[in-house]
Design a binder for this molecule. Structure first.
Ligand code: NAP
Ligand code: MG
Length: 501
């Protein structure tokens, strides 16, 4: 079976944007790569080249870091009041909101996700993140501290803390939510008063580049945000290792996260990491099964399973196992897989040929090890990187498809007999990003939530995100939290000031 592609009218601003080669943003100017090189970004629904983009490398990263350094150390940015900073971030949110259709279209073209989803989730969530963080700019406060120094009897002190921005921040983001990941990273950095060099993923650089234009339009001073597209091994690695960068914030694979930690060791820059997952989603027999089945489907099939928190291990209490698997498989079969621009599409292509190969490889390994697909299980032929939504049964806990992050629309459904037997199995993973629990017994749900080693636990819901809710991983799923007030810890540092009176 192939995917039928009919010509679809696209947003004219988005088509204008991709009609010319895109430059990179360094020190407030749009420039070519120092090497003059460009690289293609592809439309995953067709496999065709969408646009050429300047290919940043070490030299460009160096220029961008110098610009960010100047903007932080001596530029007008460092003299803005918190309120002025907050207003700029809010202005950026307003501009983004005015361009929802254009950004949603760019996301769909570059990443493949359905336009309906980009319009309803990716862009509005990015707008909301900027607004939420704009409010924090004026609320980053220190404290006064009564101190009791034993070796200066009779002396009086006035001691207090200042919360200051960490400085120049390198931000490296993935392709699964290109604009939203940029917003998760830029929002807190800008609210805190940091300056930034952002490297988007090679597969999806377009929305970050367009956002760079809005950042300049909003009135951010030159060099506060620099956007350098390019490859991870070159531009990304140079940014992670740069000794004038004070902090690196990374979202992506656990494997590359470890490389980032090594690269950061040179100048001991601060590191925050949001990495992979293999999240358990647990359905008890006393759950509202219709809701749980729909929830299990969206936990794995939303964004084509290309979510770090995807509910990819579905544990179902044995008496309702067959019913849940049947319901989930029926839902999987009803998913319309097609180009993201088609309004009837529920699930678009995977982001790249490489990702398609990766997912298909896991499917082959799973089947060879004895797993069976009750729906899907294969790639969809023809143009584009499409794969069927897949439910696997008859897995064993040691199998690769149960242990490793597939990052595609593939769920392993696994029966369990009791919460006591379930818990060690649910926690038996190097990851600890998220988990789901479906039950009407609220005490049981909260007890299990406390015992699961995961940074987020959803009860009777899944994939609920809010700018105010911290998100991040236990174990090898990462260091630090994105969003909420927790993330501001990653972009500020505390100075203790002590004065003798
Ligand atoms: P990845 O390699 O970890 O890419 C994430 C970001 O890191 C991209 O901007 C990438 O640049 C950059 N990068 C790659 N190597 C680097 C290096 N040595 N130094 C500095 N930066 C580097 O992820 P991927 O290859 O796109 O996807 C592979 C797997 O990662 C997926 O199958 C999935 O399991 C996982 N993943 C997780 C998330 C998440 O949200 N946690 C997101 C995406 C992928 P390039 O784009 O040029 O490679
Ligand atoms: Mg692309």
């Amino acid at each position: 079976m192939g995917i039928a592609v009919s010509p679809i009218q696209i947003d004219s601003n988005a088509s204008d944007f991709i009609s010319k080669p895109r430059k990179m943003l360094i020190d407030g100017k749009w420039v070519n790569a120092a090497s003059g090189k460009t690289f293609p970004t592809y439309n995953p629904a067709t496999g065709e080249v969408l646009a050429q983009v300047a290919e940043g490398d070490r030299a460009d990263i160096d220029l961008a870091v110098q610009a960010a350094r100047r903007a932080f150390d001596s530029g007008p940015w460092s003299r803005l009041t918190p309120s002025e900073r907050g207003k700029l971030v809010w202005k950026l949110a307003d501009l983004l909101e005015e361009h929802i259709e254009e950004f949603a279209t760019l996301e769909t073209l570059d990443n493949g996700k359905p336009l309906t989803v980009a319009r309803a989730a990716d862009v509005p969530l990015a707008v909301d993140m900027f607004r939420y963080m704009a409010g924090w700019a004026t609320k980053l406060e220190g404290t006064t501290i009564p101190i009791s120094v034993p070796y200066t009897p009779g002396a009086q002190y006035h001691a207090y803390t200042l919360r200051e921005p960490v400085g120049v921040v390198g931000q490296i983001i993935p392709w699964n939510f290109p604009l939203l990941m940029a917003a998760w990273k830029l929002g807190p950095a800008l609210a805190s008063g940091c300056t930034v060099v952002l490297k988007p993923a090679e597969q999806t650089p377009l929305s970050a580049l367009r956002l760079g234009e809005l950042i300049m339009e909003a009135g951010f001073p030159d060099g506060v945000v620099n956007v350098v597209p390019g490859y991870g091994e070159t531009a990304g690695a140079a940014l992670a290792a740069h000794d004038q960068v004070d902090k690196i914030a990374f979202t992506g694979s656990t494997e590359v996260g470890k490389l980032i930690v090594h690269a950061a060791a040179g100048n001991l820059k601060k590191v925050s990491l949001e990495l992979g997952g293999k999240s358990p989603n647990v359905v008890f027999k006393d759950a509202d099964l219709d809701t749980a089945i729909a929830g299990a489907a969206s936990a794995i099939f939303f964004n084509h399973g290309q979510c770090c928190c995807a509910g990819s291990r579905l544990y179902v209490e044995r008496p309702v196992f067959d019913q849940v698997v049947e319901g989930l498989s029926a839902k999987a079969k009803k998913i319309n897989v097609g180009p993201g621009l088609d309004p009837t599409t529920h699930m678009g292509p995977l982001v790249s040929e490489e990702q398609l190969q990766r997912v298909c490889n896991y499917l082959e390994i799973g089947m060879a090890e004895g797993a069976k697909a009750t729906s899907g299980g294969r790639k969809i032929g023809g143009k584009g990187y499409f794969v069927e939504p897949t439910v696997l049964v008859d897995t064993k806990d040691y199998m690769k498809v149960v242990q490793e992050e597939i990052f595609g629309p593939v769920v392993a459904a696994i029966p369990f007999d009791s919460p006591e037997e379930l818990l060690p199995r649910a926690n038996d993973t190097v990851y600890g990003l998220a988990a789901g629990i479906w039950t009407k017994d609220i005490s049981k749900a909260h007890r299990l939530a406390a015992s699961l080693r995961a940074g987020t636990v959803w009860i009777n819901c899944y994939n609920i995100f809010d700018a105010s809710l911290p998100f991040g991983g236990y174990k090898q799923s990462g260091w630090g939290r994105e969003m909420g007030k927790d993330v501001l810890e990653l972009y500020t540092q505390t100075k203790a000031v002590c004065a003798r009176l």
